[in-house]
Each structure stands twice: as C-alpha cells, then as structure tokens.
Design a protein around this ligand. Structure first.
Ligand SMILES: [Zn+2]
Ligand SMILES: [Zn+2]
Length: 381
C-alpha cells in the first residue's frame, strides 16, 4: 500500500467510526469492527473478559520489553450539528470528543507496526478501551490481564485548539483529578409564615454554597490550580412552605494530590458546622473519579523528541481541569499522554466539533515510531 493509499484507508476507517458512534459501555459494533480490522491485518486478539473494548498484541521476542498504546472508543449523547457528508447515522449520538480519531490513529499505527514486526524489539499491546466518557473505562481494562508485563503506556487526545501538525504535551499533569460531591441538608419543614418553629434548609444551603467557594481561594496554595463548582441546587416545591431538605451537587477538580485530600475534608467540616449553627444536619457524599494524569519525565521527553523527528511542531502546554481516565494507567505504570492538533475549531463535546482528516496520517506514523523507540529505550535501561 502506498502512503497515499494508506492515508485514504485511514480516512475511510475514520469516517466509518464517525458515522456509527456508540455510548459508553454500549460500544458493541465499534468493538466488533475494531476486532475485525485487527484480525484483517494479522494482529492477535487477547482473550479477555471485556464486554466492550478489545486488546490486540503484536508480539516480539520473548524476554524483550512490552509496551502499550491506548485509544478510547466511546461517543457522547449529542445530536450532531455538522454538515459533514459522513455525519453520525445514530440520532442523539456523536463522536464529539474525537475518539474516532484516536481509534483510527492507533489502528494505523498497529498496521504499520505489524508490517515491520520482524524488526520490533519487543511486544506492543494495542488497547481499545471502552467508556472513557464515564471516567471508569480504564478500570475495566485494569481488571483484566491486558497490562501484564507492560512497562510503559502511551495515549493521545485530539486537540481542537491546536493546528494540524502541532503536538502538545508536558511533564506532570495534563488533566485534573475529577471528583463529584453531593450534600444533603436536613432542616425542619414548617409553614412559611412561622419560620421560628422550623429549621430552614434553604438558608443553610445558601450559606454553604458561598462558604465552599473560600476553600480554593483561602486554603490552597495560590499557584495551585483547582476548581470547585456547585452545579445543581434543589429544594422546596411551593411558595408557602419551608421545606425539610435541600440538596446540592457539583464537582471538584485538582491537580495536586494533597489538594485532592484537603478539599473534601474542608468541605465536609464547613458544611457540617454551618448546618449545626442553624440547628440542621448534613449528609456529605464524595464520589472519587479519575486522578490527575501524570506524564513520566523520561517517556514524555522521548515522546517530544519523536514528535519533532517526524515533523510535529511541539507545544509545551499547561494542564487543563478536564478529566481523562488514562490517569488510571499512569497510577500503575509510567506513561505519556499527548494532545494532537486536529485543526482549530469548535471545542470538544460541541455538536459542531470537527476533525481535520489530514491529521490522521502523521498521528499513525507517530505512534508507530514512538512504540518502536520506546521498546529500544526500555530495553537499554
Ligand atoms: Zn470527552
Ligand atoms: Zn475524549
């Protein structure tokens, strides 16, 4: 296959996935297509207890290193509003986070690695992970043996704030730890004309919302980035009754591990004490999501060098407070995550989000070269 034909094939595959988006944990068609494409190029498929998602393997010599390259595969519950001829065929479903781009890039890399398998200095696992948007898909892969023996893992995200031909990354965190909280305030319901015999949960929750905002600004080091957003408030149902309960939920995003421990502690204490001072009580529930990504210094430096070698312009980027469940792999083993420019345009998760297909070829070449280089470098160390 010539380079031109290969690029054409990548575009076809990309459009196939773009037209058939599936939500987290429902990626059945996507999974069987990925498995079919891997088999067609002779890549072995690991026998793993995964409902969706698939892991392939390009085997090298025994005793040589094993590394993994990872793509997510799920889409979002969004009605696509682009004018692309290969627009989503599934109403209310859209690849608005570019996971179709990730799949195609990693498949392309798998194809190129397979072609040069005899020269490979080890084994490459090809991880197609389900349910990234749920924040817990990586955990499905980690429950299996997919990463047994793996010494380094690499992943990518499409970046609609970077031009095609630009790659952004950095050592340390690129995305935040993403946690969710719920606070229920319990007061005492009464007639709106007799507040003195009740405990008004609306007054309590209003004070809590305001006070929570001081945690980031007063308790964290000012140079550490973090966010605390209350995004949902509920209480009462009519004009002349003071309700019994109020409820808020929201999200906390942190980059620093110590901040991630401190913030919920402070939240619980502030909420409890405010509620108590009015005679009320609270229930505080903390839902842990993925940690912050943590790019390994050596691997990231290698990823940057390789990017420059194959002609990417490299940007050292600042972390953002979105989440990425690739972080779960980086808790277990060293890894590097990169953002790949897909042309400046609408943001991720927008119904008008688009990928410039001319970014596909370089991205595939990049992951092929990076995988080969990683196997050689790890073997030397
Ligand atoms: Zn997303
Ligand atoms: Zn994404």
């Amino acid at each position: 296959m010539s380079e031109k034909q290969f690029e054409q094939r990548l575009k076809q595959i990309f459009e196939y996935f773009h037209q058939r988006p599936e939500l987290s944990y429902e990626e059945y068609n996507t999974t069987s297509k990925l498995a079919e494409l891997l088999r067609n190029i002779g890549v072995d498929i690991l026998d793993l207890p995964l409902k969706t998602g698939v892991v392939g393997e390009i085997k090298g010599e025994k005793g040589k290193p094993i590394i993994a390259i990872r793509s997510d595969i799920d889409a979002l519950p969004i009605d696509e509003e682009t004018n692309l001829i290969y627009k989503s065929k599934n109403p209310g479903r859209m690849h608005a986070c570019g996971h179709d781009f990730h799949m195609t890039s990693i498949l392309g890399a798998a194809y190129l690695l397979k072609k040069d398998q005899s020269k490979l200095n080890g084994t490459v696992r090809i991880l197609f992970q389900p349910a990234e948007e749920s924040s817990h898909g990586a955990e499905e892969i980690l429950k299996t043996d997919a990463l047994d023996g793996v010494e380094a893992v690499f992943g990518l995200h499409s970046a609609p704030d970077l031009d095609v031909g630009v790659l952004g990354t950095n050592v340390g965190p690129l995305t935040a730890a993403v946690d969710r909280f719920e606070i229920e305030v319990i007061g005492r319901g009464t007639h709106a004309a007799h507040p003195e015999i009740g405990i008004d949960p609306i007054i309590i929750v209003s004070n809590i919302i305001t006070a929570l905002q001081t945690i980031i600004s007063r308790n964290l080091c000012p140079s550490n980035s973090a966010v605390l957003s209350v995004t949902h408030v509920e209480s009462g149902h009519t004009w002349n009754v003071i309700p019994e309960r109020a409820y808020i939920e929201g999200t906390v995003r942190t980059l620093d591990e110590q901040d991630r421990i401190l913030v919920p502690k402070k939240m619980r204490k502030i909420s409890q004490e405010i509620a108590a001072s009015y005679g009320g009580k609270i229930n505080f529930i903390w839902h842990e999501g993925p940690p912050a990504t943590n790019n390994d210094k050596k691997l990231t430096e290698m990823a940057i060098k390789m990017a420059q070698n194959i002609g990417y312009k490299v940007r050292i980027i600042q972390p953002k407070l979105g989440g990425e469940d690739f972080a779960y792999y980086q808790e277990k083993l060293p890894g590097a995550f990169v953002n790949i420019g897909v042309g400046k345009g609408e943001s991720l998760h927008s119904p008008k989000f688009k990928i410039d297909e001319s970014a596909l070829l370089k991205s595939s070449l990049y992951f092929k070269n990076l995988a080969e280089k990683a196997l050689i470098t790890i073997d030397k160390n």
